[in-house]
Unconditional design. Structure first.
Length: 68
């Protein structure tokens, strides 16, 4: 176990860190508005019905294939 953890720490030490991800410029800080727009699009395109039907059918299949 000690050999595995030492090799993992050596591997992590050799990885380069890309700091450009940390310093991004945010163009639209309205996170709640973006979530609301995404949810409205989800409902308008009918994907919410596909998700609900998939959940119901998946639940029924799970109940039919379990033992006990």
């Amino acid at each position: 176990m000690n050999l595995i953890s030492d090799s993992i720490f050596q591997l992590i030490g050799h990885l380069s860190v890309n700091w450009t991800v940390v310093a991004q410029q945010i163009t639209d800080p309205d996170v709640l508005g973006q979530i609301q727009n995404a949810f409205n699009h989800f409902v308008k395109t009918g994907q919410v019905w596909a998700m609900l039907i998939g959940l119901v059918v998946g639940y029924m299949i799970r109940n039919l294939t379990t033992y006990g």
